[in-house]
Design a protein. Structure first.
Length: 161
């Protein structure tokens, strides 16, 4: 029986490449010469720190711009508020969301069910599996899901005949 999975994943190598490009730009920027600004990547979190709030916001713009240029959907990026210490030093974290949350998975499955397609959906952890009798019906579902806006970036994986 033909099937495919609806997932929300971000390529970790693309994140690493974007962070490396941002670090290179940070090293070359004149307004950051001699400052203690840094960008650190830890698993699915990018930590920014600088001497003041303005520089952290500038770092944030640099990193978000690099992520967007690398093709990472900004729906997969969660920006936390900047923490400012009493001495003025500021920190901010940018979290990369992997997988589909259960409420969003229910929303996707409900959308497919409401579309009266001849398919069945199953929520399996952080992905949604769609089964159907024909490839054409599955491709129609893929087209409908692509058009609909969901709070996460969706990709389609494991298309099986």
């Amino acid at each position: 029986m033909p099937s495919f999975d609806i997932v929300s994943q971000v390529n970790s190598m693309e994140i690493e490449n974007a962070v490396n490009q941002a670090k290179k730009e940070l090293a070359n920027r004149f307004d950051f010469k001699g400052s203690k600004a840094e960008i650190i990547l830890e698993k699915n979190e990018i930590k920014l720190s600088a001497e003041d709030n303005f520089k952290v916001r500038t770092l944030n713009e640099i990193v978000i711009g690099k992520l967007a240029k690398r093709g990472i959907s900004l729906k997969s990026v969660e920006q936390c508020d900047a923490d400012i210490s009493p001495l003025g030093h500021a920190r901010q974290s940018i979290k990369i969301k992997q997988g589909i949350a259960s409420d969003v998975a229910k929303q996707i499955a409900g959308f497919i069910r409401d579309g009266k397609f001849k398919v069945t959906t199953q929520i399996q952890g952080d992905e949604v599996r769609v089964n159907g009798k024909s490839r054409d019906e599955l491709q129609t579902v893929i087209a409908a899901v692509r058009v609909k806006e969901f709070p996460v970036a969706v990709q389609f994986a494991n298309f099986r005949d």
